[in-house]
Write a protein that binds this ligand. Structure first.
Ligand code: HEC
Ligand code: HEC
Length: 385
């Protein structure tokens, strides 16, 4: 009996409790959701199939796997720091408020948290392939998680913004997202709320004019730079050989053997490079990805390799949210992105078990919904047009 099983269970029960009424369970990891049994399989056949899967796990040495893994990955930092925007308590406090504030949207009905729900691992809690914004308009890409996002070389599926600070300026002005008309209108909203004027002063004490669009983005960015979710995999990388069970260890070995690590590497298991979707076997998609940004022929269908932290919780998958099931996603990756081709059931099972070891703890205190400062007499009213 694996001595860690009860702890892991306790943790997931705790997290499910925390996000009560959420998709917890139906979007759970491979252990929470066993593969559906083949049509007509009897209980005995199911047992035999399960026993076979167990048998198929080869003997793997945790120490050897750790040595191989160390140069490819690294544990999450405590803060995803940047010299350009030092993380201070005052900025984080302000950034958290702005993150939850729907008054940054035209109709006062959408905040960052609408599409990146911090209690739901930073993705759209509606579970749709792409997200509805202002007046219910649908965007054309899937909402990626904001947890651990600041680790990456660039933001967005096509990497068109370099940092979380630069990224934060976009959705507020995007007509199908938060739909504010321009930066000046956003600054006017912030200036109309006396509580915010105070908070900006505290967060940017050296600035003659603290309430600016740039500083708003810096505050949100500072908050996002603390959104890390340490997981059992980090304990393993730190040398705790018991942090992964046998199946997960084999899954990690497969992740390296199959060559997932050609692309999914670094502390986020992704976010370090751009690669073509369909690099080995073509992938049908209309979205030309990074080509839209660089206009280089070689960048057609190239996307940022996404991070795999909390991947069991962040579906649906891909830039267009076209794949709902993680097992199917991993199988397609093996077929379209690696020379391996189709994975056996036992291999897929082990890879999914490993990916579940990337499910981390949500920083409850950091993300607690703050009380927002009251609107002033000049705060614009919601505009549904
Ligand atoms: C209407 C839904 C919606 C809202 C509101 C929204 N986002 Fe997003 N967000 C998305 C989508 C969709 C993408 C991916 C778009 C793309 O790649 O072209 C994205 C991408 C991101 C990314 C990049 C993550 C990565 O891995 O590349 C970050 C960070 C982010 N959003 C943060 C925010 C913040 C901060 C706010 C509030 C200021 C916000 N979002 C508001 C839908 C939304
Ligand atoms: C040649 C590079 C490459 C290799 C090898 C590769 N991937 Fe990927 N992976 C990508 C890219 C690029 C995307 C994002 C595609 C998109 O934007 O739609 C992706 C997406 C994913 C996703 C969906 C992430 C999300 O948030 O939607 C998962 C899961 C995944 N890969 C797992 C794996 C696994 C497991 C392996 C090994 C079997 C693997 N990948 C091998 C490049 C690669």
């Amino acid at each position: 009996m694996d001595p860690r099983t009860p702890r892991r269970l306790a943790l997931s029960v705790m997290l499910c409790g925390l996000v009560a009424g959420s998709a917890c369970g139906d979007k759970g990891g491979p252990e929470a959701k066993p593969a559906p049994a083949k049509h007509g399989a009897s209980a005995k056949e199911k047992e035999q199939a399960a026993a076979k899967k167990k048998e198929a796990i080869p003997d793997v040495s945790a120490a050897q796997i750790l040595e191989r893994a160390k140069p490819l990955f690294s544990p999450l930092p405590e803060v995803m720091a940047s010299p350009d925007n030092p993380v201070t308590d005052a900025k984080v406090e302000l950034g958290r408020m702005l993150y939850y504030d729907t008054r940054l949207s035209k109709n006062h009905d959408i905040s960052c948290n609408t599409c990146h729900d911090l209690e739901k691992y930073g993705v759209d809690p509606r579970g749709t392939p792409t997200s509805a914004g202002h007046k219910g308009q649908m965007g054309d890409r899937n909402s990626p998680t904001v947890y651990n996002a600041a680790l990456q070389i660039a933001q967005f599926w096509d990497g068109r913004e370099p940092t979380v600070e630069a990224q934060a300026k976009q959705p507020i002005l995007n007509p199908v997202e938060m739909a504010m008309p321009n930066e000046a209108a956003v600054v006017a909203v912030l200036e109309s709320i006396p509580g915010y004027v105070e908070k900006f002063k505290a967060a940017f004490p050296d600035d003659a004019k603290p309430v600016t669009y740039d500083n708003m983005a810096k505050a949100i960015g500072a908050f996002e730079r603390k959104l890390v979710t340490p997981a059992p995999f980090d304990q393993f990388l730190a040398g705790n050989m018991g942090a992964l069970n046998k199946k997960q260890l084999w899954g990690l070995q497969l992740f390296m053997d199959v060559g997932c690590t050609t692309c999914h590497t670094g502390p986020g298991l992704g976010g370090t490079m751009f690669q073509k979707l369909g690099s080995v076997k073509p992938w049908p998609t209309k979205d030309e990805g990074r080509y839209k940004v660089t206009k280089q022929e070689a960048d057609k269908f190239v996307f940022k390799v996404p991070i795999l932290r909390n991947i069991t919780k962040t579906g649906p998958y891909l830039h267009d949210g076209s794949i709902a099931d993680l097992g199917e996603m991993v199988q397609k990756m093996a077929e379209h992105q690696t020379a391996k081709g189709r994975l056996s059931d036992a291999e897929l099972d082990a890879l999914l078990a490993f990916l579940d070891a990337l499910t981390g703890e949500i920083p409850k205190e950091l993300i607690a919904k703050p009380e927002l400062p009251a609107s002033g007499p000049n705060t614009p009213k919601p505009d549904p047009s």
